[in-house]
Design a protein around this ligand. Structure first.
Ligand code: ATP
Length: 228
């Protein structure tokens, strides 16, 4: 359901971040993307949700070719993909409920269905009791759980996460992994770039290692393979 065919990405400053990647990720898979700093992991992830366009090659999300996608089609793509970042990116003046609802309101849902969908997803991330809180009233782990709720409220086929545990202490990082694992078991494909060696070596999943903008290793139940 996600397929890259000989994808290259050079930035305008001529840094060659991705140098010929071909990969297939099936529906329902959980994939860790690992590699040294500067290897191209974030670029790989950004290409997948069309934050960046490839210089060459094709990227398919189901039948949609991101390399050929028109700007006006990006919002509808984003509703099929949830994205979670290291720094949460919550809107600071909105409550937990409003942050999550924001993703739905743009597609004109009615208020009763918004409420039901937001509360259902807050239940999955175990934050129903914080629905009225503002982001600054929450711990880092709770903020990341809100960001995950916002990313999955539209029931996307794919959840993309760029170092989702990067700003969190080890215990909180495990909680976030439990939630991502749960979301994956509910049928969402998860692609997660990470530097968290313990998590990758403990909760075994497919591991795609990137170095110098190329896939250097792709293992079914892989290990981190680098010194943390
Ligand atoms: N917007 C940009 N413009 C120019 N060069 C960029 C841009 N973003 C990334 N790069 C460069 O592309 C290369 C790959 O960067 P990328 O952020 O994809 O690596 P990464 O593996 O995610 O690194 P890290 O683990 O440190 O986050 C690096 O040389 C980086 O400096």
């Amino acid at each position: 359901m996600i397929e890259m065919k000989d994808v290259w990405k050079a930035y305008p400053n001529n840094v060659k971040a991705i140098n010929g990647i071909s990969i297939r990720i099936k529906k329902g898979e959980f994939v860790y993307v690992v590699g040294p700093s500067g290897a191209g992991k974030s670029t790989f992830i950004k290409l997948m949700y069309r934050e960046e366009k490839p210089t060459k090659g094709d990227i398919f999300i189901d039948e949609i070719n991101l390399a050929k996608l028109k700007e006006r089609a990006i919002p509808s793509l984003r509703r099929r993909m949830g994205v979670v970042f290291q720094d949460f990116k919550l809107l600071p003046t909105l409550t937990v409920f409003e942050n999550v609802a924001f993703a739905l309101e743009v597609i004109e849902e009615n208020p009763a269905s918004i409420k039901r969908k937001v509360m259902d997803v807050l239940e999955i991330v175990k934050l129903k009791n914080k629905a009225r809180s503002l982001p600054h009233e929450l711990s880092g782990g709770e903020q990341q759980r809100v960001a995950i709720a916002r990313a999955v409220v539209n029931k996307p086929e794919v959840l993309i996460a760029d170092e989702p545990t990067g700003n969190l202490d080890p215990d909180t990082a495990w909680e976030i992994m439990d939630i991502l694992d749960d979301i994956n078991h509910r049928g969402t494909t998860v692609v997660m770039a990470t530097h968290n060696k313990d998590i990758v070596n403990t909760i075994k999943k497919r591991v795609v290692a990137i170095e110098g903008g190329r896939v250097v290793r792709d293992e079914v139940r892989g290990s981190y393979g680098y010194e943390a």
